[in-house]
Ligand binder design. Structure first.
Ligand SMILES: NC(=O)c1ccc[n+]([C@@H]2O[C@H](COP(=O)([O-])OP(=O)(O)OC[C@H]3O[C@@H](n4cnc5c(N)ncnc54)[C@H](OP(=O)(O)O)[C@@H]3O)[C@@H](O)[C@H]2O)c1
Length: 257
């Protein structure tokens, strides 16, 4: 019998996902931890269970098209109801598009966009039926302009914001909220995986994973639709709305050098 609310967190083996799992466990939610690195998930689960919550480990490779359905079916079979879905798993890839590996670009789209969409579609009906649910989609400040040198990544995050805002509106009055959280550059495994560590973006002010996740967590608790972490990032967002898109693209291209 499930007595506590349960939060499913994708990408819970590293960076922001670990922080989200800790925040939900500290708030007495059971957690479902998803990523490919099973050993890291098991170590985190053992740590979180010391707080009196249940931490379930479901290893999954979300770049496989079947993975979201398999995960949903496994949880249904095991009788685990998901009240909060945190679509956090994601990756970037620095390269000019024409010189990039198509396989890597498409894998990124699969994880950042397709799996996030599929998981949301699978878990939302149960939330609407019980008239309670929270979805936290991790986007990025990359969502608000084109990103030469990382064009596909920036486009995936624009999708996440647009998709989240659209369904958040559809779900008004249902008891289910959807939040798109937009971190700026943050200390996690992201820059190393993306090959972005030497860019100007990651040489500037880089936030801690703990502070970034906490901001997204509060936005989810408040049912905010869009949350942008950091005063500077919010100023850049507002400034960007008044800036011609061609100029924004040029400025971003410099940041990606
Ligand atoms: N760090 C930043 O500067 C920054 C800024 C804006 C937005 N974000 C976004 O924040 C989210 C979290 O990233 P992070 O910064 O915490 O980076 P991270 O430390 O590299 O963590 C990424 C997580 O995604 C998981 N993941 C990657 N590919 C996967 C796959 N095929 N299947 C399942 N899980 C997969 C990884 O787990 P496994 O490798 O174990 O599978 C890992 O747990 C991402 O959506 C990212 O785009 C990050």
């Amino acid at each position: 019998m499930q007595t506590k609310r349960t939060a499913l967190i994708t990408g819970a083996s590293s960076g922001l996902g670990v922080e989200y799992a800790k925040l939900f466990a500290a708030d007495q939610h059971d957690v479902v931890l998803v990523a490919r690195s099973e050993d890291k998930l098991r170590a985190l689960a053992a740590e979180l269970e010391q707080q009196g919550v249940r931490a379930h480990v479901y290893p999954a490779d979300l770049s496989r098209a079947e993975a979201p359905r398999e995960l949903f079916d496994a949880l249904t079979r095991d009788g685990i109801r998901v009240d909060v879905l945190v679509n956090n798993a994601g990756l970037g890839y620095v390269s000019t598009f024409h010189a990039s590996e198509l396989r890597s670009e498409l894998e990124m789209v699969q994880v950042n966009v397709t799996a996030l969409t599929a998981l949301t579609h699978l878990f939302l009906p149960g939330m609407v039926q019980q008239r309670y649910g929270r979805v936290l989609n991790i986007a990025s400040t990359a969502a608000f302009q084109a990103g030469p040198g990382m064009s596909v990544y920036f486009a995936t995050k624009a999708y996440v914001v647009s998709f989240s805002e659209g369904i958040a509106h559809e779900l008004r009055g249902t008891g289910v909220t959807v939040t798109a959280h937009c971190p700026g550059a943050t200390h996690t495994g992201f820059a190393a995986v993306a090959g972005a560590g030497d860019t100007l973006l990651f040489k500037g002010a880089v936030a801690s994973a703990d502070a970034t996740a906490r901001h997204g967590y509060l936005a989810l608790r408040r049912g905010r639709t869009l949350s942008i972490h950091g005063l500077l990032n919010r100023l850049l967002y507002w400034g960007g709305l008044l800036t011609p898109r061609w100029l924004l693209t040029r400025i971003t291209a410099r940041m990606m050098k």
